[in-house]
Design a protein around this ligand. Structure first.
Ligand SMILES: [Zn+2]
Length: 330
């Protein structure tokens, strides 16, 4: 059975703990006091800041392009093993730039790993370059220009990620979001994950996005919800992750049903499955088992994902075939 399309997943949140241990040993990095598994995961739900600290525990491993290529390759393998028909893999390349390895090298390493993973599994996958909320406009605009130079390498989208509770404004990123579409990239933006419902309209206005990551707080304001539906917003929902970041108390509290009732299109992602322990197939089970999605509603979600995914027409046909294949889960 297919797990569907994974349209919201972070490369930095898909580092296998065993790979982290191996790469750290090879690079001479210190082992975290409780081991890599504990360093990368939370014991209990917290807030976005604490959650991102666990994601960031993987960052030292990204300084070597060969390690980065392997992490990206394994991410696609893991997605295929989970039955995913497509993986959009987002990451913030600027974080991983060093004196030896520039932005182009970092993006190319990730794209190479993704391409090799796709070739090995037959699962189409793409890189989404993420601007980061704590960086200045120059740094994010440089990240937006990188995909143009890496044209044809598999970079398909542009995102804004980072700690929304500390840097909620969208206007500073308008420049980067005007550059990315010129390189043929689709746009998405984390919004209303930690900030209030108004963040969705703000991201639409300043960044020109229609895809919104999480939108966990959007349903708290009926007018904001109606406006998002009117504007054709697509919400990338990641219910379990929203529990771990403290956006909601329980997956049963996730506003997916309110989004559906308001006429919003929904797509699914697993965000940071190493941190949450919940890959896309488990998130799909949350939709059916905890949030009452019917088979028709799941089919509607898949159709929305196929349409919203940053795919070429040929890739879209390939993903549609994988979705239909009953044996698509290896
Ligand atoms: Zn995310």
């Amino acid at each position: 059975m297919t797990a569907g399309l994974n349209l919201h997943s972070h490369l930095e949140g898909r580092v296998r703990p065993a790979t982290a241990a191996e790469l750290a040993r090879a690079a001479g990095l210190p082992t975290p006091p409780q081991g890599w598994s504990a360093a990368l995961t939370l014991d209990e739900p917290a807030d976005l800041t604490a959650y991102l600290v666990r994601v960031a525990a993987s960052y030292p491993l990204f300084r070597d392009p060969e390690a980065l290529r392997r992490i990206a390759y394994e991410a696609v393998l893991d997605a295929a093993a989970d039955g995913q028909a497509h993986l959009e893999l987002r990451f913030g390349p600027t974080t991983h730039v060093t004196a030896e390895h520039d932005l182009d090298t970092v993006v190319r390493a990730a794209a190479d790993g993704v391409r090799e993973g796709s070739e090995a599994t037959g699962v189409p996958a793409g890189i989404v370059v993420a601007a980061l909320r704590h960086l200045d406009a120059d740094a994010n605009e440089a990240a937006a220009r990188t995909p143009a130079r890496a044209s044809g390498s598999g970079v398909t989208g542009f995102d804004l990620a980072g700690d929304e509770s500390r840097w909620p404004a969208h206007e500073p990123f308008a420049g980067a979001f005007s550059i990315a579409p010129a390189a043929g990239l689709g746009l998405t933006c984390h919004a209303a994950e930690a900030a209030g419902p108004e963040a969705v309209a703000d991201a639409v206005r300043h960044l020109g996005v229609r895809r919104i990551g999480h939108g966990a707080h959007l349903a708290e304001d009926a007018e904001a919800l109606r406006r998002a539906a009117d504007e054709g917003v697509v919400i990338e929902i990641c219910p379990t992750s929203n529990v771990w970041t403290g956006a909601i108390a329980d997956v049963a509290d996730h506003p997916a049903r309110a989004f559906l009732d308001a006429g919003l299109r929904l797509v699914l992602g697993d965000d940071n499955p190493v941190q949450t322990g919940s890959p896309l197939s488990a998130e799909r089970a949350v939709l059916t088992d905890r949030l009452g999605f019917t088979p028709d509603e799941l089919a509607w979600l898949d159709a929305a994902a196929l349409e919203a995914a940053f795919l070429t027409a040929d890739e879209r046909r390939a993903v549609a075939a994988l979705l239909r294949a009953p044996e698509s889960s290896p």
